[in-house]
Ligand binder design. Structure first.
Ligand code: SF4
Ligand code: MG
Length: 327
């Protein structure tokens, strides 16, 4: 099967000043296949959102995609004209964000906003778009859909607003949905409902999902594959089950150890100390070396490559190479 999305050696840099370049996304490659949910995991500042915004071609100055290729339906998105990209956005890829309020227009009714999106992408009458909008609201589990059509975003709860965003996202039947921390701003009970809704929609509409989250608990329940990002790079990538069973990268181990209820035999690092270094000031060598409890001399000298240590299992860490060498 051909991938729905293929990202190759993507680099997105921010030119903060003459001397400061923030390498927000620094040479990452991955694919998303039909029907898959792939999670992009990491703390804030690790480059997850910038990866998503790069795919959507929504990087603004002083940021710029400096290298790489992003292929969707045989087209390299980086080289598309703005108008062609507008077509891809919505028709082929849709995105939902952490705070739906920022994506919804406060002065238009819910109904008008959904109708507008539908009519931007499909040649249908206002009336047809309207009945489709009501139908979509029902599909995403919004009660009294006809009335909600006439309401404004602020009249809805956060969970309901996110349902509206999902309705808008699926209105054009995209192949890929990018969900950037879609439940982080919501109450715990609502979070599960929204994630279950996404999983439902994925089946109904046969979409792939790129799920961005900082929560490995969410990953364990919803993702087929995981990519862990740190310092603008992928540090560990594998099938979810394999990754949770035999976590290899010290950073991922730290993320896992900070989860209260994952039943796994990892050495408990506790929460990882310190914060992600700023993207304009990565350490020389391994980007995790300033926080890694296993740091060795060579870690401070050069950055390890992302290597396949088992079929389909990739890790960027010198410890893995030592394991390999001694075998
Ligand atoms: Fe830690 Fe070294 Fe591995 Fe980096 S390469 S994660 S510093 S052990
Ligand atoms: Mg983010």
């Amino acid at each position: 099967k051909l991938p729905v999305l293929e990202v190759e050696q993507l680099k997105t840099y921010f030119y903060l000043s003459e001397k400061q370049v923030a390498k927000a996304v620094d040479d990452i490659s991955f694919s998303v296949y039909p029907g898959e949910t792939v999670a992009l995991v990491g703390e804030s500042g690790s480059g997850k959102s910038m990866t998503a915004l790069s795919i959507m071609q929504l990087i603004n100055k002083p940021g710029r995609i400096v290298d790489g290729k992003i292929t969707v339906s045989d087209k390299d998105l980086i080289r598309l004209k703005q108008k062609q990209m507008t077509n891809i956005r919505g028709n082929e890829i849709a995105m939902i964000f952490q705070e739906p309020m920022t994506a919804l227009n406060p002065v238009y009714t819910i109904g008008n906003q959904i109708i507008e999106v539908i009519r931007k992408h499909k040649k249908v009458s206002k009336k047809e778009a309207e009945s489709r909008a009501v139908e979509l609201l029902k599909i995403v589990g919004i009660p009294r859909a006809e009335e909600v059509m006439k309401e404004y975003p602020h009249q809805l709860s956060g969970g309901m607003r996110q349902r509206v965003m999902i309705a808008i996202a699926i209105s054009c039947d995209p192949k890929l949905l990018i969900a950037d921390e879609p439940t982080t701003a919501l109450d715990v009970t609502i979070q599960a409902q929204i994630l279950d809704l996404l999983a439902d929609m994925q089946k109904t509409f046969e979409m792939s999902i790129l799920l961005i989250t900082h929560d490995l608990g969410v990953v364990s329940e919803y993702a087929d594959r995981v990519m862990v990002m740190y310092g603008g790079q992928i540090v560990e990538q594998a099938d979810t089950r394999a990754l949770l069973k035999s976590t290899k990268h010290p950073y991922t181990k730290g993320l896992l150890a900070s989860l209260p209820n994952i039943d796994q035999d990892v050495d408990r690092l506790g929460t990882i100390k310190g914060t992600v270094p700023p993207a304009f000031n990565f350490p020389v060598g391994c980007r995790f070396s300033t926080r890694c409890p296993y740091v060795m001399e060579k870690c401070r000298q050069s950055n390890p490559e992302l290597k396949e240590v088992e079929p389909g299992y990739f890790v960027r860490c010198y410890l893995q190479e030592e394991v390999g060498e001694s075998e």
